[in-house]
Design a protein around this ligand. Sequence first.
Ligand code: NAD
Length: 475
Amino acid sequence: MTASLFIDGRWTAGSGTRRGTVFDPATGAATGEVAFAEKADLDAALAAAQKGFEVWRATSPFERGKVMRKAADALRAHADEAAQAITREQGKPVGEAKIEVMISADHIDWNAEEGRRAYGRLIPARSASVTQAVVMEPVGPVAAFSPWNFPVSQLVRKLAGALAAGCSIIAKAPEETPTSAMILVKCFEEAGVPAGVVNLVFGVPAEISEYLIPSRVIRKMSFTGSVPVGRHLAALTAQHLKRMTLELGGHAPLIVCDDVDVALAAKTSLAMKFRNAGQVCISPTRFLVQDAVYDRFVDAFAEGAAALKVGAGMAEGTQMGPLANGRRVDAIEGFVRDAVEHGATVRTGGERIGNQGYFFQPTVLTDVPLSARIQNEEPFGPVAVMSRFGNLDQAVKEANRLDFGLAAYAFTTRADRVNRLSREVESGMVSINHAGLAMPETPFGGIKDSGQGSEGGIEGLNAYLQPKFVSVQTG
Ligand code: NAD
């Protein structure tokens, strides 16, 4: 099957002949094609987004919310189909994929509701005959670039925020995982979103971003992906003085203090680490464990990692699927080799599995010097790096060592430690004693090199709104 573009309310194979190939990460076999947009298609999408914006901004938030809630229900109705498409193209276990789809529907619902509460304010004036108001208006057509690790939920964060605010959108979804993005967009089509409000394209990412971002039609850019690409797109967007949201990489510390139930902390953090085979921007990577519990924690964690059932995402009982593509297997192999060359010990895993598909063992490394690449660059894969600390000052210093600042985690039962860690760790998000991030109603975003702005929560909606000040004198 060939995945197609959705422009101005119509599905099209585009005006050109270029196609990308879609692979099943569990087998490495080609399963389909994706149509690539040419300039003529992007021009059509830009014209559609402008037209769609005029219609959608004039639609009341109440009516917009109704359409969005219908789209959320349609997504729930198509949840199995969407989950299977995610698994076939991205690899994660189908149960995980279904959770991604269901939470995506919740994102749409939350934004549909909150769009009705995008209040402005009245500012007391210096004269009784003057009324000063701040009204919130949609920023305009959005160019959005979403990645392959969560093909539906990363796209939905951009779509739901933009649509709730009254913006139209041209979304460039990932070429590796097009089918579930198409299913999501079909849900909006089924729900009756006017033509031009939602446009979906695929193609050569650099060609598309370099064409869309400078266009006069586009008023905002939103990107989720790696720091280097984010830096490049930020420069391009800034050159054209447009708004942007950047959700970039992370290298999350996970701090385990000596006052915790070690078995529980190991079990909870194991699930956090190996979800989606570690291909999660908020995946914990640097495990900092206090001396007194270090051996017990590492033993329990490594034992749990070695016992995980790795297999095809569609197979019954699979706990960790393949990596999404061959690039990731090469990258993870390179990180492990480099760490070992620097003196690290492989406690478990460390190797690719078989020669079919993109499987890699859940891996735990110890004694990894700070000079190893994995201590500094985002691994984006199923590798946990264990390090010791003596006191909390050392843990905080190590947590803050890098220029990343997306997510951070800690396990402790002591209130004074909770207070210190939540205040002193430099991170856009901190989750203590559980995996508490990425809900529709909570902000999701990083500081430092990990990005700018938030998706999710009221912050995510505000990212698509701009204030207009209106001052009126009467009489
Ligand atoms: P990559 O850096 O080539 O691409 C990352 C994403 O950016 C992809 O979705 C890609 O299509 C897009 N992209 C690349 N160049 C672009 C351009 N000029 N304009 C617009 N979009 C562009 O790497 P990759 O191999 O696809 O992914 C690996 C790295 O990406 C990981 O190591 C991780 O750091 C990062 N990543 C992060 C997230 C996240 O959730 N923050 C998701 C996926 C990938």
